[in-house]
Design a protein around this ligand. Structure first.
Ligand SMILES: [Zn+2]
Ligand SMILES: [Zn+2]
Length: 147
């Protein structure tokens, strides 16, 4: 099921690239595949290490630039981070994040009442809101045990 879903996402990704006249190269597809396989909201560096196994001659710069290009097309998201390098999210559908401030993991979650959050009237007047995300900061269970 997961595999089927991944294929669907890759096909959608390829269609979006073509729409934007971005050449669909094996490297770009490999970068996207590695990103959707990860549920870690990885950095460009982690992505580089993953893709390098398949494409030993690829450079960090290429991976980093490719991820930023994907973000520009809206096929991936750049995660809100509190210091540290950019992190990327292959899930561009509405969801919320729990950040562990100790180990840095970011957990995706859904919550019905967050999904219904209203945009305050004064914001709605001056901003065209494209997405809403609730970000929770704290400690994951493992890190909470250590403190
Ligand atoms: Zn943690
Ligand atoms: Zn996420």
């Amino acid at each position: 099921m997961q595999k089927h879903n991944d294929e669907h996402r890759v096909q959608r990704f390829i269609a979006t690239c073509r729409q934007h006249k971005l050449k669909v190269t094996p490297q770009r597809v490999a970068i996207y595949r590695a990103l959707i396989r990860s549920d870690q909201h990885p950095t460009a560096d982690i992505m580089f290490q993953a893709v390098q196994r398949e494409f030993p001659s690829i450079s960090f710069d290429t991976v980093n630039r490719t991820l930023l290009t994907f973000a520009g097309l809206g096929v991936v998201d750049v995660v809100e981070v509190f210091g540290g390098p950019k992190r990327f999210d292959p899930n561009v559908d509405d969801h919320h994040h729990m950040h562990c401030m100790a180990c840095g993991q970011i957990i995706d979650f859904h919550h019905a009442s967050y999904a219904r959050l209203e945009v305050p009237a004064e914001i709605a007047r001056s901003f065209h809101v494209l997405s809403k995300r609730v970000v929770l900061k704290g400690l994951c269970a493992a890190c909470a045990l250590e403190t």
